[in-house]
Design a protein around this ligand. Structure first.
Ligand SMILES: [Zn+2]
Length: 297
């Protein structure tokens, strides 16, 4: 990841193709394996996992991420001359099995068929506990539901919590949810938390340019929490398809300085999460879901 790009999410997106597409690109030139540098902001000895994409008409060669320090060592060695590298990988792709999204509703009192969805994803990579990715999003969602119930709020429209299955390995839970037929239901908004459990800083709205203004009128509710950003941007892997039926799709945004220290790595443990910051994320989610369910878009 390029440290010259201040926004770590941007730096991650900018470098992501090296892990995701390299196996196909180099296989076309006869490569027998593909090595990529771990996508992280830290210099350490830990490999970071992540998705890659094969295509049908190109050989599926083995691919692995090495730690940032190992990538530096390898790079220095290659500059001195040819290097022989022995790879021993024990990863494999298992057959698909049936699994489920988890869905719960606070049913709307006046327009139950109009839905404000909030959610995160249940799965995580095998090398990590996934506290931030995406235990935090699941916690935000469940706690937001609990807060709304505890306060006895009965919004006009339905608030739906969805804990999506399989975001990491292709986003199948989000896809299945969006494609499922639901008579008499229409999503007016969907909020996803999938960028960790640190301090929330705002909301990005994926839609027509300027759609974020539809949220900005509620900015005064979030200012006391120091949540100031309302902008166009990405929403979330699990919810973006709901825009096709007219939903405003919204990503909860966080302070991202540390997120890629531990994302997709064994370092993503509960100890990296501050309870107060996690609670603030849940309050932000509950506030936005409730106000949209009560007042509409
Ligand atoms: Zn995630």
């Amino acid at each position: 990841m390029d440290r010259g790009i201040f926004n770590t999410l941007e730096a991650y997106s900018d470098a992501g193709w090296q892990r995701g597409r390299a196996p196909v690109l180099v296989a076309k030139y006869g490569a027998v394996a593909s090595i990529s540098r771990s996508l992280t902001t830290l210099a350490n000895d830990i490999p970071y996992a992540g998705m890659l994409h094969y295509v049908d008409d190109v050989d599926k060669i083995p691919a692995a991420a090495v730690s940032t320090l190992d990538a530096d060592r390898l790079s220095a060695l290659i500059k001195k001359g040819p290097v022989r590298l022995k790879l021993k990988l024990n990863c494999r792709v298992f057959p698909k099995i049936e699994s489920y999204n988890v869905v719960g509703d606070i049913v709307g009192s006046k327009s139950p068929g109009q839905i404000v969805l909030m959610g995160g994803h249940l799965d995580n990579w095998d090398n990590t506990l996934g506290a931030n990715d995406d235990g935090a999003g699941i916690s935000h969602t469940l706690e937001a539901m609990r807060l709304i119930k505890e306060l006895g709020l009965k919004p006009k429209r339905t608030i739906r919590a969805v804990l999506f299955m399989d975001e990491e390995n292709g986003g199948l839970g989000g896809k299945a949810y969006a494609l499922a037929e639901r008579k008499d239901e229409r999503h007016i908004a969907a909020i996803e938390s999938d960028l960790g459990g640190s301090e929330p800083v705002g909301f990005s709205v994926e839609g027509k340019k300027g759609d974020y203004r539809k949220l900005k009128k509620w900015a005064y509710l979030f200012e006391p929490m120091n949540i100031m950003k309302f902008e166009d941007g990405e929403s979330g892997t699990d919810i973006w398809r709901l825009a096709d039926e007219g939903a405003l799709t919204i990503g909860l945004q966080f302070n991202m300085h540390k997120y890629f220290n531990y994302h997709h790595a064994p370092l993503d443990t509960i100890g990296t999460i501050d309870p107060r910051e996690l609670e603030t994320g849940a309050i932000a989610m509950a506030t936005l879901a409730y106000v949209l369910a009560e007042e509409g878009i």
